[in-house]
Ligand binder design. Structure first.
Ligand code: SAH
Length: 399
């Protein structure tokens, strides 16, 4: 039995929690005891001590825990986690039944009523990301809940709860049988090499699945595509399979071998694709100097990155990144602008786009947009959780 504390919500915030806001924040609570033990059950009450919700204490970024239930009588026990997990699996049934995709998310934190963790499925293996120690303290319940459901081969985990929310280097294997890596997974018929026991990033970002498919199916054929911040080249592989000639640019040395590996796994000819290990901001200058231009430029930077000379922050620098891209995109060409920053919403993102085109004296048309795919379930009460913003923009001349 976990210990329980009662926390009083400031009146200004009571309605917010009553209507389903899941993140327990310091500013909303009168008597937040920062020294409370991680995993302690929290009862949120109003100033008259009326029950609002139940959750757990777990420090994560600016939050202090997550709401788990709005039912005063519900116990946070094995059955609670088993039921949540069952619902989460049910919601992903079409993915489990898919013949051409076997890599997807099965628990998306607060979107599935379990703030603080995510679980991804990779061809028979589960990968759990723990984002705070509080939820990690419930790990037996969570792993038991997984055992009660489908058969699986093994479970891996990432502990993401050091002081800065960073990945803690560890043997990530938990139970079952160890995988042999690379594990080959399929996404819409395309192969990806995945490494569950290497670092925080396993080789593919599942949240871009719909965007990759769209590029392959509707944009790529016969086009010259520049993929910046390309990592393992997932966008490039889909574009090349759709008939594009691709150039992938990433600063990390590993990106070269990792991208070659992904191309080979899909029987693509590496000789006809360019893979460049370089700072993208240098590459933009090189491209301008050599008068290169592209039919499609994909921008998918990290929210924050520090390279030797440059500090990039999506919130501050996305507009300038767009201006660099516009300069090397053909008339009628497409810029795919993507960000996973939760520091700003879609409207703000569109204002960066608008400014960038105005300042370069170009016109543009928003062609289509994407947010998180269906398996990355989010809830309207927590719009911050729906972090992904992707916009396809057509580059038009002024007149
Ligand atoms: N677009 C990728 C994911 C990008 S992850 C995909 O779809 O899979 C972010 C990547 O940006 C990392 O691989 C990192 O090495 C790279 N990166 C960060 N700063 C960079 C810079 N200044 N120039 C080039 N690459 C950079």
């Amino acid at each position: 039995m976990k210990t329980e504390v009662t926390l009083k919500v400031k009146s200004k915030f009571v309605n917010k929690y009553k209507s389903g806001y899941p993140l327990i924040s310091k500013e909303a609570i009168f008597n937040l005891n920062e020294a409370a033990e991680e995993g302690t059950i929290i009862r949120l009450v109003d100033e008259k001590k009326n029950f609002i919700a139940k959750g757990y204490f777990g420090k994560q970024n600016k939050g202090y825990g997550w709401v788990l239930s709005r039912n005063e009588n519900e116990q946070i026990d094995q059955r609670f986690f088993s039921n949540k997990m069952k619902d989460a699996f049910k919601y992903r049934e079409p993915f489990f039944n898919s013949a051409d995709t076997n890599a997807f998310r099965i628990v998306n934190g607060e979107g599935d009523g379990l703030g603080g963790l995510t679980i991804d499925y990779f061809a028979g293996y589960y990968l759990i990301n723990w984002y705070n120690i509080g939820i990690y303290n419930f790990r037996d319940y969570i792993i038991n809940a997984l055992k009660e459901l489908d058969d699986f081969k093994g479970i891996y985990q990432k502990k993401r709860f050091d002081a800065n929310g960073k990945y803690i280097e560890d043997d990530d294997f938990v139970i079952g049988e160890r995988g042999t890596f690379p594990l080959i997974v399929k996404e819409n018929g395309v192969n990806f090499a995945v490494y569950l026991n290497e670092s925080a990033m396993v080789g593919v970002f599942l949240d871009q699945r719909d965007v990759r498919k769209r590029i392959r199916d509707a944009y790529a054929d016969g086009k010259n595509v520049l993929n910046t911040f390309s990592y393992t080249g997932a966008f490039s592989v889909f574009a090349a399979l759709g008939g594009a000639k691709t150039t992938s640019v990433d600063l990390a040395n590993r990106s070269l071998s990792k991208t070659i590996e992904q191309f080979r796994l899909n029987n693509l000819d590496i000789e006809s694709q360019d893979i460049i290990v370089e700072d993208v901001f240098h590459y933009f200058k090189y491209a301008v100097k050599h008068q290169l231009s592209f039919d499609m430029v994909i921008l998918d930077p990290p929210s924050f990155a520090r390279s030797k000379k440059i500090v990039f922050s999506a919130e501050k620098d996305y507009k300038n990144l767009l201006k660099e891209a516009i300069a090397i995109t053909k008339d009628q060409g497409i810029i795919v602008a993507s960000t996973n920053s939760s520091a700003f919403n879609m409207n703000k993102f569109k204002s960066f786009i608008d400014q960038a085109f105005k300042e370069t004296n170009r016109k543009y048309q928003l062609v289509e947009e994407f947010s998180l795919p269906k398996d990355f379930k989010s809830i309207k009460e927590f719009p911050e959780g729906n972090y992904l913003k992707v916009v396809f923009i057509k580059n038009l001349p002024k007149d």
